[in-house]
Ligand binder design. Sequence first.
Ligand code: KG4
Ligand code: ZN
Length: 353
Amino acid sequence: RTQPLVLGIESSCDETGVGLVRGTELLTNTVSSSMDEHVRFGGVIPEIASRAHLDAFVPTLEQALADAGVSLEEVDAIAVTSGPGLAGALMVGVCAAKALAVATGKPLFAINHLVAHVGVGLLDDRASGRKQELPENLGALLVSGGHTEILRINSITSDVELLGSTIDDAAGEAYDKVARILGLGYPGGPAIDKMARSGNPKAIRFPRGLTQPKYMGTADEPGPHRYDWSFSGLKTAVARCVEQFEARGEEIPVADIAAAFQEAVVDVVSSKAVLACREHGIKDVLLGGGVAANSRLRELTGQRCASAGIRLHVPPLDLCTDNGAMVAALGAQLVMAGVEPSGIGFAPDSSMP
Ligand code: KG4
Ligand code: ZN
């Protein structure tokens, strides 16, 4: 049986993404971002994002089809992010996908953006063309602007189990807020990642949330937040630290603060993820989400997984941030698993779990 050719559409935030995959092979990943239009506001403005999707969708679709050298008629199925995300932004992609499905008669699959972030790890290795050999005990570490979660993937198409998550801010959100405090602009993740390279991560010690024994408990008697994270206290600690330098009239050591903040995030994300995997017999972990582009997170999580005998599967950078290829990749998994299409009656769900 030939592998299904699937078109994936992503519009949950400020990226208009159209990707094409054939089975587990990536054909193209075309992204148009409205990031530049949000920069002066210091965050994504939903109304602007929705309008930008409307402008960008058709050109992005045409570009993707041209890059892959396929026509719309050849596509076997269409997949679209139906949540979570910005309601108006989701609506543009979902309506576009429904219109395409009706016009072409192709089956349509509604996709959970978060599962797609980790499902992208199922694509073949681009450089070598090597197939992903994914065993039974599979986990996923999802670290994005909206979520920080450690998951057990019993079945990527039907059974994804939450082992732990943030109880307040997501890791990416903490990056964005701290970047703002440090005057590094938006988006904060890449800015802090870069700034941290010239700083000393040991210059300041910032708190690691939910690591006290009362939250952790033991392997036999887990505490209430053994595999959970909290980043709001860390953000407050950074703000206090900056205030103290200001009060003393001293220059703010931005690079050191960025490096120490990043170390605090990456330390607790990687240590709790490895702990959850060890205690659940997980041997392979897919890393996903925008913060998976972070150089230090990739490095330290890789080291800690290796020490624990866990294989960490890290997607290439352009597949970590929001894109259509991840939606197509998960759509192809659904087609190959024989899952029924969603039809065109579904509505976008901005707070999809
Ligand atoms: O997955 P994503 O593109 O959108 C969501 O679904 O949230 O993630 C965006 C988040 C933002 O918070 C951004 O600051 C963060 O990912 N991010 C990074 C890096 N690149 C993007 N955080 C840390 N280091 C990076 N290199
Ligand atoms: Zn995302």
